[in-house]
Design a protein around this ligand. Structure first.
Ligand SMILES: O=C(O)CCC(=O)C(=O)O
Ligand SMILES: [Fe+2]
Length: 285
């Protein structure tokens, strides 16, 4: 073969390889809107983590040695909670929420305090249960499932961040959420605003979310989005998926507005400060 022809072919091959490389790189980083996917709904991840630099805000907060994040980050685990456990928790959520429900698109049931969205405000489910002879909604088995799952999540967070698990205290609020496409009626329905959990909830140091329904089939929209400098990054909810992260401003986030369907999740969070510890939810007598 002619040296010139060989050179031309080599140049062409190099061009094709480079173009393919750039296309692959761009598509793996996200679409034109600057959105990348951290974990897709249709994949099963044992554990996927990402370190993110801790925000400077930690200087403002009291430091709890051996617990306050020194390393910040995010993680997603699919194997921690079984599909059946998540489905059972969804049934519990539905049972409780059936006694209330917001007029707008977001309803919560706080398992610890009993706060339940109803209309444009909240009622107390435990008060209601007390008045109507206790076990109308939850059984001891329901609470025991919640505790089991919460302890598993706590161990996973402790292992990931190199903390002794006894230093992580379950904190308020811990709640089931149900989101729909209904228009918001009060600010409590506006789940789509970017926020920092440490600022919104005060006591949170490590946030976890357990998803109880599937993005793409049970609902559309409703992806969890981390707001990052370069490109936002989504976690697509999947039944049984646990997503956890340090609660400071390094993990600013929001939930996209739902486009269709109903989305269920539980927020389970931990504080390093004993003062903010709450008991495991249990039947109040
Ligand atoms: O349900 C979610 O994916 C996130 C909810 C959330 O941001 C929160 O509870 O603070
Ligand atoms: Fe949040």
């Amino acid at each position: 073969m002619h040296a010139k022809t060989t050179k031309r072919i080599l140049l062409r091959v190099t061009f094709i390889v480079l173009t393919l490389g750039i296309v692959t790189l761009l598509s793996s980083r996200g679409d034109q809107s600057g959105l990348t996917t951290f974990v897709r709904q249709d994949e099963t991840v044992r554990k996927r983590t990402l370190d993110v630099p801790c925000s400077k805000d930690y200087k403002k907060y009291q430091h709890f040695e051996g617990c306050t994040p020194r390393r910040c980050g995010r993680g997603v685990m699919d194997g921690l909670v079984t599909h059946e456990e998540a489905k059972q928790l969804q049934r519990i959520a539905k049972r409780g929420l059936a006694l209330g429900g917001s007029n707008g698109g977001a309803s919560i049931l706080d398992l610890h305090s009993g706060a339940l969205s109803k209309g444009d405000s909240f009622i107390n489910l435990y008060e209601l249960m007390k008045r109507s002879n206790h076990k109308i909604v939850f059984s001891e088995d329901d609470f025991s499932l919640y505790r089991k799952v919460k302890n598993r999540i706590r161990s996973a967070i402790a292992a990931e961040f190199g903390i002794e698990q006894d230093r992580l205290h379950l904190t308020h609020p811990t709640f089931f959420s149900r989101m729909t496409t209904k228009p918001a009626k009060t600010v409590h329905d506006e789940y789509w605003h970017p926020h920092i959990d440490k600022e919104t909830y005060g006591s949170f140091d490590y946030t976890s979310l357990l998803y109880l329904s599937d993005y793409g089939s049970d609902f559309t929209g409703g992806r969890f989005v981390f707001v990052d400098k370069e490109a936002n990054s989504t976690v697509e909810p999947r039944t049984g998926r646990v997503s956890f992260f340090t609660s400071g401003s390094e993990n600013l986030h929001f939930v996209e507005k739902l486009a269709s369907g109903t989305r269920f999740a539980i927020t389970v969070s931990f504080s390093c400060d004993k003062k903010h510890a709450i008991d495991d939810p249990h039947i109040k007598s």
